[in-house]
Write a protein that binds this ligand. Structure first.
Ligand SMILES: C[S@@+](CC[C@H](N)C(=O)[O-])C[C@H]1O[C@@H](n2cnc3c(N)ncnc32)[C@H](O)[C@@H]1O
Length: 337
């Protein structure tokens, strides 16, 4: 692809191709979509069974990556830096934690876009971490070996390792937060509090990226998982979130028997997907202490360029064209105003 065509493709990706409210009306008035709207009552399960299920979730992703180890699923998210320019304009040696990094689709544009940024990237699959390492190291990104740190972690189940942020730093973060709230919510972005770092951890991160990962976590586990993200962010840090929006085509393709909760589905391979509306995202993130900076649906209509077709989406269309209703969120640990 020439630079010009690539730039055009990126720009196309950014368009607000349709109004989410129009899509909502269309879906909610469509009789064949009604099962997606029905309340869901799950049978009560003993807590032991829930614990087994939780580890089953990451095992399903491990199997998924083993089956797709060719790297075919790797697609660099070229739009990421346009959506989140803070990843380019941030201070030198800022630290990013990309959660559920997969093959590195988001890691690569971040490393490429800022030669000083340091990326810590975790996933619950060792297979995909190996693939991500290979892919990242095969690029000619500026001294990438010192700036990319992949590690295994199931953040929803076990939380993050202490070398990312130790208990003593967490305590400092929490004190800083209380102080900040008492002073009227002004975030200190100077990083001066880091002079009290104990040396046993990296002192937390400036950014957390959650790009199409939270939807893979069971809804009931999400508050704990988001709290984990909050706890590793330095005061004034940003959480950048993008994920499946309610009524995304991916959701509408799920058959009734794939429902495992309200707006929650499980694929045949055991991986799951939740579809977010703005209120749910707000409640989840604000509920653990984040302050909302931006929250909106990103509505993109993508074309099947391979076949050179642009078709209007209809329910009986095959997967030629995809409409995406994706949420974009920027959340900060403290109110910067
Ligand atoms: C759809 S992929 C997104 C990959 C990447 N963030 C991107 O921008 O393309 C979701 C990834 O999250 C990982 N994942 C799912 N649940 C996880 C968990 N509890 N902890 C860590 N990683 C998880 C999966 O293995 C998978 O690689």
């Amino acid at each position: 692809m020439s630079e010009e065509t690539e730039a055009k493709a990126e720009a196309e990706y950014f368009c607000k191709d349709f109004e989410w409210e129009t899509l909502k009306q269309e879906i909610e008035n469509n009789p064949s979509c009604q099962y997606h709207l029905l309340p869901f009552t799950s049978p009560p399960s003993p807590s032991q069974q829930e614990a087994v299920q939780e580890s089953e979730d990451s095992k399903a992703w491990q199997r998924f990556h083993l089956c797709h180890s060719s790297g075919k699923f790797f697609k660099e998210r070229r739009y990421l830096l346009k959506e989140y320019p803070e990843l380019v304009s941030c201070k030198e040696f800022s630290k990013v934690l990309e959660i559920g990094c997969g093959n590195g689709s988001s890691v690569i544009p971040i490393l490429r876009g800022n030669k000083d940024i340091i990326v810590y990237a975790c996933d619950c699959s060792s297979e995909t971490l190996e693939r991500a390492k290979e892919i990242v190291h095969s690029t000619n990104i500026f001294i990438v070996q010192n700036r990319f740190h992949p590690f295994f972690c199931d953040f929803a189940f076990t939380g993050f390792p202490k070398w990312l942020v130790c208990d003593s730093c967490k305590e400092i973060f929490s004190l800083k937060q209380q102080q900040c709230s008492a002073e009227g919510g002004v975030a200190d972005k100077s990083g001066l509090y880091l002079s009290r770092e104990c040396g046993c951890c990296i002192g937390g991160v400036d950014f957390v990226t959650l790009i199409f990962t939270l939807s893979a976590v069971p809804l009931k586990r999400m508050p704990t998982a988001i709290m984990e993200c909050f706890s590793v962010l330095k005061p004034g840090g940003l959480l950048l979130f993008r994920d499946y929006g309610l009524y995304d085509m991916t959701m509408l393709r799920f058959e009734p028997e794939k429902r495992v909760g309200f707006r929650e589905y499980m694929r045949s391979d055991g991986t799951r997907s939740y579809f977010f509306c703005l209120d749910t995202v707000r409640d989840l993130f604000v509920g653990v202490g984040f302050v909302e900076l931006e929250l909106e649906y990103c509505c993109v209509k993508s074309e099947n360029r391979r076949k050179g077709k642009s078709m209007q989406r209809r329910d009986d269309d095959e997967e030629e064209e995809e409409e995406k209703a994706i949420l974009v969120v920027k959340e900060e640990a403290f109110d910067p105003n």
